[in-house]
Design a protein around this ligand. Structure first.
Ligand code: NAD
Ligand code: IPM
Ligand code: MN
Length: 359
């Protein structure tokens, strides 16, 4: 029996609601397999914790998390705490402290999921965004000068390192090789305006591309990519994007696959020097929290990504198949999908399908 130690940070808002369903699916999967188990340690970190203690996580939280095989996170953010405080105190802190330099975000429309584009279907929407995850505009470098005076200045510096950029690009090419769809990587840039950071980014892209002659490449500015997502999503295979651009285009990608209720992600440290963290792309959704309205599919998909990172087992594909069956059946859908099922009912339905597929 192999035991995986999972740190669970449900966080705020619907983070709590969807995390419970992710854990349910993990346990169902483990029970069917019989040779793996998950040992969960829950951390009550988030905005409530901040209001009580003045910190978003324990002061030694990073040290504590080092002992886990992976981190499963719901969502962070609540209107009672300024977003830059809550996010920099927990989610962004973990990404940076654990050098989770890859953010892997699949964009795939499942049969039965609603696509906002008429004339496009599951065969058209199937690509992966590799988002740089610790640098760029998110580096936290900057400051405010002359606060509250007429000459006030805000500076937010984007930092790009050769080491990190090379690793992110290299991973994008490896993913393209492995997917073997079009064997293509799209470089998402903005080097027409950003004459240092993105010119550097393009240069590293070309250097790494030279190591993969069998992979074709295209380079598009992020504004054009946003348009192509809507006009020709079928042309994409793997995209590599800097931190902020990757953030923005993956919400657009989420819309293509049926909404934020479907978008999963993994924050990866490929060398496994530190634990990787798995979380849905969506936030804490304060507008629907506590109502059982949250769609847990993004979290269930996220858990599938976590399993793929932890173990080699083709049976994880059954999790996506189980989600698809639930979508096609149409009985257990949350309100974002025009259904009236509660979050936990969707989780239950997915587990039942999973048992049917694997047991
Ligand atoms: P959001 O993703 O929380 O919500 C955007 C919209 O999508 C809302 O209408 C919400 O109801 C809906 N939505 C999101 N997830 C859903 C789901 N699973 N099922 C059904 N509907 C869903 O983004 P926001 O409103 O910009 O941010 C709210 C808070 O979350 C802020 O504090 C923000 O900083 C934070 N946030 C956190 C993360 C994270 O922890 N990874 C990501 C994004 C935003
Ligand atoms: C995401 C989120 C975060 C990000 C926020 C909440 C800081 O939007 O994971 O996509 O910008 O990375
Ligand atoms: Mn985002």
């Amino acid at each position: 029996m192999k035991t995986f130690k999972i740190a669970v940070i449900p966080g705020d808002g619907i983070g709590n609601e969807v995390t419970a369903e992710g854990v349910k699916v993990l346990d169902t999967f483990a029970a069917i397999k019989g040779n793996i188990q998950f040992e969960y340690t829950y951390f009550p970190w988030g905005c409530e914790y901040y209001l009580k203690t003045g910190n978003m996580m324990d002061v030694n939280g990073i040290e504590v998390l080092k002992g886990f095989d992976a981190i499963l996170l719901g969502a962070v953010g609540d209107p009672s705490v300024a977003d830059h405080v809550s996010l920099h105190g927990l989610l962004l802190k973990i990404r940076q402290e654990f050098n989770q330099y890859i953010n892997l975000r699949p964009v795939k429309l499942l049969p039965g999921a609603p696509c906002p584009l008429k004339d496009k279907g599951p065969e058209d929407i199937d690509f992966v965004v590799i988002r740089e995850n610790v640098e760029g505009e998110y580096s936290g470098v900057g400051g405010i000068r002359f606060e509250n005076r007429p000459e006030e200045i805000a500076i937010q510096t984007a930092v790009f390192t050769r080491k990190n950029t090379e690793k992110v690009m290299d991973y994008a090419f490896k993913v393209a090789q492995k997917r073997n769809k079009f064997n293509k990587v799209t470089n998402v840039t903005k080097s027409n305006a950003l004459n240092y950071s993105m010119v550097f980014w393009d240069k590293i892209f070309k250097e790494i591309a030279a190591n993969y002659p069998e992979i074709s490449t295209e380079t598009n500015h992020v504004d054009a990519v946003s348009m192509y997502f809507l006009q020709r999503p079928e042309s994409f295979d793997v995209l590599v994007a800097s931190n902020l651009f990757g953030d923005i285009i993956t919400d657009l990608g989420a819309a293509l696959q049926g909404g934020l209720g479907f978008a999963a992600s993994g924050n990866l440290n490929l060398e496994k020097e530190f634990p990787s963290m798995f979380e849905p792309v969506h936030g804490s959704a304060p507008d629907i929290k506590g109502k059982g309205m949250a769609n847990p599919i993004a979290m269930v998909w996220t858990v599938k990504m976590m399993l793929d990172f932890l173990l080699e087992d083709e049976d994880t594909a059954a999790i996506i198949e189980a989600i698809t069956q639930v979508l096609l059946e149409g009985k257990s859908l949350t309100p974002d999908l025009k259904g009236s099922a509660k979050t936990h009912e969707v989780g239950d339905a997915i587990c039942e399908k999973l048992k049917g597929l694997l047991a």
